[in-house]
Design a protein around this ligand. Sequence first.
Ligand SMILES: Cc1ncc(COP(=O)(O)O)c(C=O)c1O
Length: 357
Amino acid sequence: MKKHNFNAGPSILADEVIENAAKAILDFNGSGLSLLSISHRTKDFDAVMEEADQLFRELLHIPDNYKIIYLGGGASTYFYEIPANFLGKKAGYVNTGVWAKKAIKEAKRYGEVEVLASSEDKNFTYIPKGFAIPADLDYVHITSNNTIYGTEYHEDLSSPVPLIADMSSDILSRPVDVSKYAMIYGGAQKNLAPAGVAFAIIREDMLDKIVRDLPSMVSFRTHVENNSMFNTPPVFPIYVLKETLRWLKSIGGVPEIYRRNQEKAALLYDEIDRNPLFRGTVVKEDRSLMNICFVMAEGYEDLADEFMAFAKERGMVGIKGHRLVGGFRASCYNALPKSSVEALVACMQEFAEKHAK
Ligand SMILES: Cc1ncc(COP(=O)(O)O)c(C=O)c1O
């Protein structure tokens, strides 16, 4: 049976990316060696890093005064590295859910944290707006897409202080004005690669704002100056990331993927709004294009388990909502084809026909 992969992360990658990765595992660049057993300090791997850098820049229009680094440790490592590097006195954080809270917790180890806005009052079902950003902060931190709750910023914030964004779950899914950010970072295991690598795009002047003497591995300067080769980088995920960037370019880059993502999301949100058995959990203007959360509508709550089993029988994978939200979450990352969303919509319609009162 055809499987429809709605996993929240690690998640779906394009078929051709997986095929190319499989080939490189067997024979990397005709070298007679597996990608899994080459040295990272070789010309061939240098070329992989260079191509990834160039494609990332091209696809996201990253200005020349930004550097891209790739590290192990996931986005969670950046939760403490960011304040370790930049939090001298006080930083501002926007609390939009679990991942923002984890970032806040780590930041408090290094200095004062001002929570500028929060959507906790409504279980993080919206993105706070219109809050002031004091000019005396070292930086302000946001989570651009909230994977668990399905909320997303649809506009780049303007900030008088350096703006840092966790874009783990919406990087390269929509256009972003990189010049508005001092740093963008994230785990790559949603839109870019398998688990094991986290990226950061850092404006160069931020390296002069490092506030304390740090262990070499924690300092962003170390990794920028060594082109992510201070220690052994995650070779395999970086290779797959490069393949994903190639794939993204081949289909028309960010404008085309954004069009596809909007189309897929509209299909599913329209069904959620139309179908009497389901309802969305997020205020409409803040709905994520990537993680689409919904629950059984009032009066149909007891059908949740039955729908889950019904969907599973039809090939839907990974649609169980996070335990903090309940219900369902369909993650519609870049590589998810429209046909998978159509299959989920058909499944919801079939289920409604069976149960409509
Ligand atoms: C928005 C966001 N930030 C951070 C993380 C944590 O990433 P990692 O597991 O790479 O540390 C996740 C993981 O799902 C996430 O969705």
